[in-house]
Write a protein that binds this ligand. Structure first.
Ligand code: SF4
Ligand code: MG
Length: 330
């Protein structure tokens, strides 16, 4: 709720603060138990930062994050530590996130050392169980990360994330660093684990085809803000935000000559710097449908149909009276 993650910009020998990079700027949404919420957008839009801020791997500037009724951001260190097992992260680059000097068993067992009092034997049994769950051969428990392929390394990262029986996992581009041929295997594994363990995912990705496959609902982020959020089918079949429309128009169509094929929308210019976002709508410098009001007023994130949220003046004007303004995003 109202999540903000600003990073200060400093200048000069005294490192005087001269501004903020507004990486995440007033973002609100709900993730329901057992679902996968896809968070999409171009690189640099703030989606990874949002995922980390939710898990409090960064200290957010403002906002509230509630996990199963408990306030994550307000929790003192000891309570946060007790919450950690329930919320975990799978990182983009398994190469970079696994300690090359640790064996697979010690990598997967590390969270158990930190958060449990299992005996050696119990710990080893749990490590083997986790390796089975993610499809890693137990015989490789004493090998090192470099001895594995990219896909296997991501399985190690997933096993580590599962070690403490989490309920909620932020998957940050979990397949982006993998060969296309094994991306589907890792996504299928994540889906199987979700079903068998009752997991809830925030699935961060710039791969719109993959998100369409895995997500129940999808949020689209641009320059630190969520511009549209809807069920997967509504978002992909009837996107209403000009930015979502442009993003989706770049996804290859199975038959580009079909009557229903989307026209490619080419956006002008570059994404503005999050240190200096435009006044009004964040998208106004590139929007094909920009109006004078867009350069003055920031559009509110509004529920325009049940479960369909949008931040755009165009649609709100068209839907005056019909729009359920003031509703909380969900
Ligand atoms: Fe485009 Fe205006 Fe809508 Fe922003 S508010 S997306 S500039 S039409
Ligand atoms: Mg990222």
């Amino acid at each position: 709720e109202g999540l903000k993650m600003y990073f200060p910009i400093t200048a000069g020998v005294f490192r005087k603060k001269v501004g903020d990079v507004k990486a995440v700027d007033d973002v609100s949404f709900t993730i329901y138990e057992g679902e996968t919420l896809g968070l999409v957008g171009e690189s640099g839009c703030g989606k990874s930062t949002c995922g980390r801020a939710i898990l409090r791997l960064y200290e957010p500037t403002a906002g509230r994050v509630v996990l199963g009724g408990e306030d994550v951001l307000a929790a003192p260190a000891s309570e946060l530590r007790a919450m950690r097992p329930r919320m975990q992260m799978v990182f983009q680059d398994p190469q970079a996130s696994l300690n090359p000097r640790m064996t697979v068993a010690s990598i997967i067992g590390e969270p158990l050392d930190e958060h449990t009092t299992l005996s050696r034997a119990q710990k080893l049994a749990r490590i083997y169980e986790l390796m089975d769950k993610v499809g890693l051969n137990r015989d490789f428990a004493n090998r090192y990360p470099h001895e594995f392929s990219g896909g296997q390394r991501q399985r190690i990262g997933i096993a580590r994330a599962l070690a403490l029986n989490p309920k909620f996992i932020v998957c940050d581009e979990p397949i982006a660093a993998l060969d296309v041929s094994i991306q589907a295997q890792v996504v299928n594994l994540l889906e199987e684990l979700q079903d068998s363990l009752g997991l809830t995912y925030l699935f961060i990705s710039h791969d719109l085809s993959m998100v369409r496959h895995i997500a129940d609902r999808v949020a689209v982020m641009y320059l630190g803000r969520i511009v549209e959020l809807a069920s997967r089918d509504v978002l992909y079949d009837a996107p209403r935000h000009p930015y979502t429309q442009a993003l989706l128009s770049a996804v290859p169509e199975p038959d580009p000559n079909a009557e229903t094929a989307r026209q490619r929308i080419i956006l002008k210019g570059d994404v503005p710097s999050p240190a200096n976002p435009p006044k009004g709508c964040n998208f106004c410098t590139r929007c094909p449908k920009v109006m004078p009001v867009c350069r003055e007023l920031e559009p509110a994130f509004t529920e325009v149909a049940p479960g369909h949220f949008l931040a755009c003046h165009l649609i709100q004007e068209a839907a005056v009276g019909a729009a359920n303004s003031g509703a909380n995003p969900g």
